[in-house]
Design a protein around this ligand. Structure first.
Ligand SMILES: Cc1nc2c(=O)[nH]c(=O)nc-2n(C[C@H](O)[C@H](O)[C@H](O)CO)c1C
Length: 154
């Protein structure tokens, strides 16, 4: 049975973990989903590693980055940690990150988060369930998560 890991944080201002679980459940109803909530983004790599070590086939992390430079540096550290963890385990960690200053309207920020979580949760299922060519039909299509697709340059 396929197993997915969902890592989210208490720092986040939107319950993205619940959204990810709902989407994964809808896309892959028979799979097991394990959730692991940590205080913030810098705690996500170890949570993802533990889930992968426990047999998850892939993980999605739901991070929220504040507006300060310190927040941005924290995300850079997190991103490096998540990439290293993927290489060490040879498994995907789809990193969903919302930057609080991406848009200056909280309703738009919520819509952005929901769109980004939904699309990347589907990406995770496709990669884990259907493999490395599951997304190939979309290669070069300029897909975006959190806002309109940029579209292909023909
Ligand atoms: C500066 C900073 N910024 C963020 C952030 O933007 N988003 C977030 O989720 N967490 C942040 N944190 C907290 C760290 O990620 C971590 O939770 C603590 O350092 C405890 O290990 C810190 C310390």
């Amino acid at each position: 049975m396929r197993k997915y890991g969902v890592v989210d944080t208490t720092f986040s201002r939107i319950d993205m973990g619940s959204i990810a679980i709902k989407v994964i459940r809808a896309e892959d109803p028979d799979a097991e989903i394990i959730r692991y909530t940590v205080p913030g983004i810098k705690d996500m790599p170890v949570a993802a590693k533990r889930l992968l070590d426990e047999g998850c086939d892939g993980v999605i992390t739901l991070g929220w980055v504040g507006k300060s430079m310190l927040d941005k540096y924290s995300y850079l550290a997190t991103s490096i940690g998540l990439i290293i963890t993927q290489v060490l385990t040879s498994k995907h960690i789809i990193d969903v990150t919302v930057h609080e200053d991406e848009v200056n309207d909280e309703e738009k920020l919520k819509d952005l988060a929901i769109d980004r979580v939904t699309k990347h949760a589907k990406n995770l299922v496709m990669l884990v369930r259907d493999g490395r060519n599951a997304l190939t039909p979309y290669a070069g299509k300029g897909l975006r998560q959190g806002y309109e697709n940029a579209g292909p340059i023909d």
